[in-house]
Structures are given as C-alpha cells and as structure tokens.
Design a protein around this ligand. Structure first.
Ligand code: MTE
Length: 331
C-alpha cells in the first residue's frame, strides 16, 4: 500500500472543534430532510418478484439520514467505537485521493442514487437490483466490528448492514460458483483519480471465497452510527469482512459476480507478494515492509500504547474455514 505519511495524525487531534460541530449541524439538517425516506426504507420485503422492480418507492437518500428498525447483533464487540468524526475523516479511498484526509471532502457530492448492483456469472437468477431493494432484503443490523487496515492502524466501527448471504441467496448461485467478485463503480467524472494513470488499475476489485462470503460475519454495509453510509466510507454499499484487512472491503459496489476461480483483486495485482488474496488479519505474518504484530487505534493519539493485533482480528470463529491451510504461506 502506498504509505505516503506513516506518521499521519488523526484528524481528531488536529481539527478545531468548531469544524466538527459545523459538520454535525449539517448532518442534523440532513437527518430531518431524509426522515420521510428513512421511514419506509427498511420495510422487509421477501417478495423476490419485487427485487428487480423499478417501482421501488424509496427515493434519493440524503447522507446523514437515520436508518430505522436497526437490530442489534450478538456479533458486535463491546469495545468503544471510534468517533464518527475519525471514521469519516481518516480514510482510504484512492479513487478520490491517496491522502487520508482528502477523500472526505472530495467524495462529499458523490451521487449514490440512482444506484443498481448487477449480479452475474454462475447464478440461476442473474439480475440487476436497485439499492433500495437490496436494503429491504434483510433487516438492517448493527455490527460493531474491529476494522484493521494492513497499514497498521485500526478502528472500531458501528456498521449498519445486511448479511452478504442475503443478496447471494437472491442470485441463487450454481454449485460451480466457488468465488464471489466485487467491483466498485467506474465514474471518472466524479472520482478524480480514475482519470489519472499510475494510481491503481480501475475499477477497484475484490473477492472472497464462497464460504467466506456466506459466513454470517460478512456484511454489506449500508450505514454507520445508525445513519446512511457516508460517501467516504463507500456509500451506498460496501463490503465488510471483519477478519480480513480493510482493503478487502470494496466500496461503492456496482457488480457482484460468481465465478469458479479466484478473481483478480486490486492490491494483489499491484503487489502479489505484499497483498494476498485471503489477507486474513494475521499478527504472525509480517508485511514485507513492516510488522503486523500491533496496531495503532485511531483516536487514541500517536503516543498511546499500541494494541496487540489478534489472529483473524479476534474473530476466531472463522478459523475452521482455513483448516489445513498454512496462512503464513497462503496469505
Ligand atoms: N474501496 C475502493 N473502491 N477504493 C479504495 O481505495 N480502499 C480500501 C478499502 N476499500 C479502497 C476501498 C482500503 S485500503 C481500506 S483500509 C478501506 O477501504 C478503508 O475503509 P474506510 O475508509 O471506510 O476506513
């Protein structure tokens, strides 16, 4: 990963409080504006006939709108969540910038409606689903997860999302489908770095093995802190697989494909010896250029003691997925 400024200081430590308060005031206004939408947003709808329909009643979603009907999850950690401000101002979103602090501003006007996701490849029911229909596939769940970046920092994020398995079931994969590939939108008119060469190969792509994708911990995030997902965190739909390094969490997804072989993934294509396909959080497998044994928790300050990094980011329940695999080799 291009670590341009290893000593980046979290914005929480340098932003005057007044700017933060201004942002919250803006969000409060947006909440009011979005309330009418949010009220109808998460009605459960198991009528598969409705999935492809253009007649979905939900309309443009305002950033900052509250999500209603959120169900708590036993998978949540009880660690203290990172502040909303840090989660939404210290980001990796290379389509906008390779800097950590610039994407928040640059992504502010990114358009997340209309938005559809195509499901294709080895499935019985290929389809294009509207984002609002995806949100109705399953009740929104709060998943407070540790988020560990391969660069050595971490956060605790109260995501709101639906199990990835819900959308996979809607596509009804063939038995031959062994992998799931995710693709970020291509929108050079909105994403300045997609017009530049030498950043990454676009679109940003990621992938999971089918059993990883179907695991109950794996979600498609549609929000955080009970609000519609901020653009900078991957709105309107972003993958979260909490036992893997953060770069697996493909943002602004427009395509999910089902394959019988390992899909190419962006960072693996950039540097295969540094970023494996699996990329499970693993304190015993150092990155070739730095240790993975500890992590700096964003918001705690540069001089706070680092946290020990846990195997699978502490999500031990996934260990059986890798029985017989040497994760220090097949990373
Ligand atoms: N998805 C896209 N499309 N583009 C990106 O640059 N960065 C990845 C991942 N998903 C990235 C992406 C990386 S390196 C990380 S660590 C996480 O998003 C960061 O998520 P966050 O900004 O919400 O913390």
């Amino acid at each position: 990963m291009l670590i341009k400024k290893p000593n980046d200081i979290p914005l929480s430590e340098i932003t005057p409080k007044s700017s933060y308060l201004n942002r919250r005031t803006f969000l409060a206004g947006a909440v009011a504006a979005g309330a009418a939408v949010a009220g109808g947003l998460y009605l459960r709808n198991h009528d598969s006939a409705g999935l492809d329909s253009a007649e979905m009643s939900s309309t443009v979603e305002a950033s900052g709108a509250k999500i209603t009907g959120i169900v708590k999850s036993p998978f949540s950690t009880n660690e203290k969540p990172t502040t909303f401000k840090d989660i939404t101002s210290y980001n990796n979103y290379y389509e906008f910038s390779t800097d950590k602090y610039e994407p928040a501003g640059l992504a502010k006007n990114f358009r997340t409606r209309p938005w559809t996701v195509s499901l294709d490849g080895m499935v019985k029911k290929p389809k294009t689903i509207d984002i609002d229909a995806i949100m109705r596939l399953s009740a929104p769940e709060e998943r407070i997860y540790r988020h560990r970046c391969v660069e050595g920092w971490s956060m605790v994020i109260p995501w709101v999302g639906i199990p990835l398995s819900a959308i996979i079931k809607a596509a009804d994969p063939l038995p031959s489908a062994k992998f799931v590939a995710f693709e970020t939108i291509t929108a050079p008119d909105q994403m300045p770095n997609q017009k530049r060469s030498g950043v990454l190969d676009w679109p940003y792509v990621e992938g999971l093995r089918m059993d990883e994708a179907m695991h109950p911990l794996t979600i498609l995030a549609v929000g955080l802190y009970d609000e519609v997902l901020p653009n900078v965190d991957g709105a309107p739909l972003r993958l979260v697989c909490p036992w893997k390094y953060g770069f697996k969490g493909c943002k602004a997804i427009v395509k999910i494909s089902f394959l019988d072989k390992v899909p190419p993934t962006t960072w693996n294509r950039m540097a295969a010896d540094e970023y494996g396909f699996y990329s499970n959080v693993n304190p015993n497998k150092d990155h070739p250029r730095w240790s993975q044994k500890t992590e700096r928790r964003i918001g705690e300050g540069l001089f706070a003691p680092k946290h020990p990094t846990l195997m699978f980011n502490g999500y031990d329940q996934v260990a059986s997925l890798y029985a017989g695999m040497d994760l220090n080799r097949n990373f």
